[in-house]
Design a protein around this ligand. Sequence first.
Ligand code: SAH
Ligand code: F3S
Length: 476
Amino acid sequence: MGNDLIQIGSGVPPGAAAVVAPRAPEFSPAIAANGKSFYIETFGCQMNVHDSEKLAGVLMARGYRPVETHDDADIILYNTCSIREKAAQKVFSRLGAFRKSRRSPPSGVAAQKIIGVLGCVAQQEGEKFFERAPQVSLVCGSASYAKLPELLDQLESGNRRVKGLDLDTEDCFETEFTRRDNRFRAYLTIIEGCDQRCAFCVVPMTRGPERSRSGAKIVADCRRLVDQGFTEIQILGQIVNAWQDPSPAHWSFAELLGRVAEVPGVCRVRFTTSHPRYFTPDIVAAIDSHPALCDQIHLPVQAGSTPVLARMLRGYTREEYLEKIHFIRQSRRPISLSTDIIVGFCGETEQDFEQTLSLLAEVEYDQVFSFKFSTRPNTSAQNFADNVDEEEKGRRLTVLQEAQRQIQWRRNQALVGETFEVLVEGYQPRLLQAVGRTTSNRVVNFPGAPEDIGRYMQVKVTSAGPNSLVGERIAI
Ligand code: SAH
Ligand code: F3S
């Protein structure tokens, strides 16, 4: 996510990639190399991270080899994010730096590089990109990724500029070749796009309309992932609980969660991002009855004031949101809650902001991702008066984050002495510490070894900070 992403919590968005996890094994050596290499830089959310995994898989299946730096690559792809203004600016600064380095290419090889811009900024800027950054020869939005092989063929046959910008595609880009970055935790897209059109959000314009994959195909994918050694599945969608089974089986979203959780070998299932409007009690019932479904729900509220929510076109009031929290809290399991909040949305008064603070105090989230509002092109909020100045947005963000920090600290302190199962996701050699995650998505550091990565272990919490826990392993 962008520079202005401020996370109070583990330091990664719910379910995002771990710090030191190992890469998945290299792609099958049976594929003939074509002598060319690629490098993908990814900006943004875990949906973008997973799109890059799919893109890498498609390229590798065509014989391209992944490399670790821009300099070594024949094809450089930027998978971009435009959710906030700063995120969108990043890609232009990358391209600017590349232009400078092209003035003095070390060997002349640089001049032959193919530079492609993918994802939200590509979709948003469209063909204008070629004028703004003449060094770019491929522009492709996420709704058109299925066309990437075709676009590469066009480039290889000498076309200077190729584009894939259709939004009205039926495709939900899925590929058997996906090269997952983590060996134990697999992202799996079940729905692409979003039809909600929240007033601040660029996603419906950059990712296109909602398209769901069939439940049976999703479950089949999960079985394959287990065969490949993955034990945690993270189900993804911009509006994941709006998933609708396009097959005659017509499973509900809650039913799908149960089916995925029941796949033999699946130990953990997370899903993100849920929209409050479609968040129904049967989802909590599914969590209650399937131990593999994690004790974690990410339910973006965006604001605590009903008038602001109405201007945001979120489709619920403060009270309706709190009803959802109420039935989540009635679960038999200690479900941890996280949310997204925007401060300084158009017309947000001090009283509105205080409503957000009071919602924070009432819900007591375990993690909050908070952002200053920034106007995005082609959104309805673009036509509203953005009357909260930057300084005031900054102040509100600081106040909110400090309030949340205190809440998290208190909630984490209450866990000292308790024992949790953690999936070890990484190892910090300098500290000789393993880094694990509880089912509630809390990060726990404890003395361990590199071989612990990928294992499930019991860890007793010995101390707690606002963003993570410290523990010791318990033998059982
Ligand atoms: N699909 C998810 C979120 C998409 S973007 C959902 O339905 O909630 C992730 C978060 O970025 C949003 O939840 C929102 O809090 C924030 N965000 C989106 N547009 C923004 C904007 N224009 N300015 C600031 N924050 C924004
Ligand atoms: Fe964006 Fe709202 Fe959809 S935040 S992704 S338009 S639910």
